[in-house]
Design a protein around this ligand. Structure first.
Ligand SMILES: Cc1ncc(COP(=O)(O)O)c(C=O)c1O
Length: 402
């Protein structure tokens, strides 16, 4: 089957965060008091990490089929169908296995992070993570009142590297109890090599820390790139937790279902006991995610090739028009992490600038990526190419006028 990723789908009146929630999320302006130079209909949305692509028909059909049963009662995972589908996906694609008793569920990785930080860290314990960072690593720590230590990644010539010396120093803090690790990394798109993963893991082992490896972006690699789960590298480490979901790469974040593999039985028990949904799951979500793992590979391959081409387009556009803008195509994610610092006046609020001068909604800077992100902008490239072409023209025009 050939899927159509050029199709433009209007998300109006679907209560979509991307279409209707940007004022609150990006500009902290839920009442819409801030006035913009563009009307709502004119904006191109390159912000939050969901796609503008229709998900795989196989997933939609499975959800319809489950709805057609006619009874949508209280549900969780009792039989082996869903865990078998997920386990087979992990084995086939990542050579990664886990004990079935370790597999827990959550209504998303965000709620899992909020829960796990509190389950693992006492009031005086600290959470370590790399910056720039996905904002919810910070929000989960703040929600639980836990102090954070930022391990600033190093940036040079368009490439982000782990700062191992600083990581070792931060983790040696006697209160550092939890490392929240992003593999592949959002927003930089870095895929970590086996050697890098082993070095990070050794630092956690040396300091007896728990690791949560958030691998939500693991299924979206550039063609030919291979994901390595941290738990595969840290084979028997008991303090290892892995979070995965088909939500990101199949554009089904609204189903709100995530897999959380917890090795430590004590933390696992706590996680289950503290689950505010009391273990219940949405039956339509189970059906949809199972179909993704069982029948989604062809869609995923075609989507990956389409997004690869979007990256090539943006890279050559920026190289031709703004050689001083630093950008390298990332190995993973559909997110371009671009340094516009050298073409915009110092101190520019990038979110405001691109919204008001280009009519393009993006996320950038420390306000949204915690720390170590000034001048950087994240462009979501999981959208029809015609929209990307228009967005890049508008961005170029805005920069030239700045
Ligand atoms: C690293 C990372 N973790 C978690 C999430 C969200 O997870 P969920 O939608 O399962 O709550 C995102 C979404 O962008 C993300 O980038």
């Amino acid at each position: 089957m050939n899927y159509n990723f050029d199709q433009i789908i209007d998300r109006s009146n679907t209560n979509a965060l991307k279409k209707d929630g940007w004022r609150e999320y990006i500009f902290k302006d839920p009442e819409g008091k801030k006035v913009f130079n563009f009307s709502d209909e004119e904006f191109i949305h390159m912000w939050v990490a969901d796609m503008e692509f229709r998900t795989a028909d196989e997933i939609i059909d499975a959800i319809k089929c489950r709805a057609d049963h006619g009874i949508i009662g209280y549900t969780t995972v009792y039989n082996d169908d869903y865990p078998n589908a997920f386990a087979s996906w992990c084995r086939r694609r990542y050579g990664f296995g886990f004990g079935r008793e370790e597999l827990c569920y959550s209504a998303g990785i965000i709620p899992a992070l909020f829960e796990l930080v509190g389950d693992i860290c006492g009031p005086d314990d600290k959470v370590v993570f790399q910056t720039p960072s996905y904002g919810f690593f910070k929000h989960a720590s703040t929600y639980n009142g836990r102090e954070m230590l930022f391990n600033r990644m190093k940036y040079s010539g368009g490439r982000w590297e782990m700062n191992f010396d600083d990581l070792a120093e931060k983790c040696a803090d006697p209160s550092a109890k939890l490392l929240v690790f992003c593999n592949p990394q959002n927003p930089t798109g870095r895929v970590w090599t086996e050697e890098e993963l082993a070095r990070v893991g050794q630092i956690a082992v040396d300091n007896d820390m728990y690791i949560i490896s958030d691998e939500i972006h693991c299924d979206i690699q550039r063609s030919g790139v291979q994901h390595i789960p941290m738990a595969r590298v840290m084979k028997d480490y008991p303090k290892m937790i892995t979070c995965m979901s088909a939500s990101k790469c199949f554009n089904i974040a609204g189903l709100q279902l995530a897999n959380v593999i917890i090795r430590d039985p004590e933390i696992r028990e706590k996680f289950r006991a503290n689950d505010k949904l009391a273990g219940f799951l949405n039956p339509l979500s189970i059906a949809g995610m199972q179909a993704a793992y069982e029948h989604g590979e062809d869609w995923l391959r075609q989507m990956t090739e389409y997004v690869d081409e979007n990256f090539r387009y943006v890279k050559s556009f920026l190289d031709e028009n703004f050689p001083e803008v630093e950008f390298e195509i990332p190995d993973a994610t559909y997110l371009a992490w671009v340094n516009f610092g050298k073409v915009l006046p110092a101190g520019t609020d990038v979110n405001d600038f691109f919204a008001n001068n280009a009519g393009v909604l993006i996320e950038g800077g420390d306000a949204l990526f915690v720390d170590n992100a000034e001048g950087f902008v994240r462009l979501n490239l999981a959208m029809p190419r015609s929209l990307i072409e228009e967005a890049m023209d508008r961005i170029a025009d805005a920069i030239r006028r700045a």
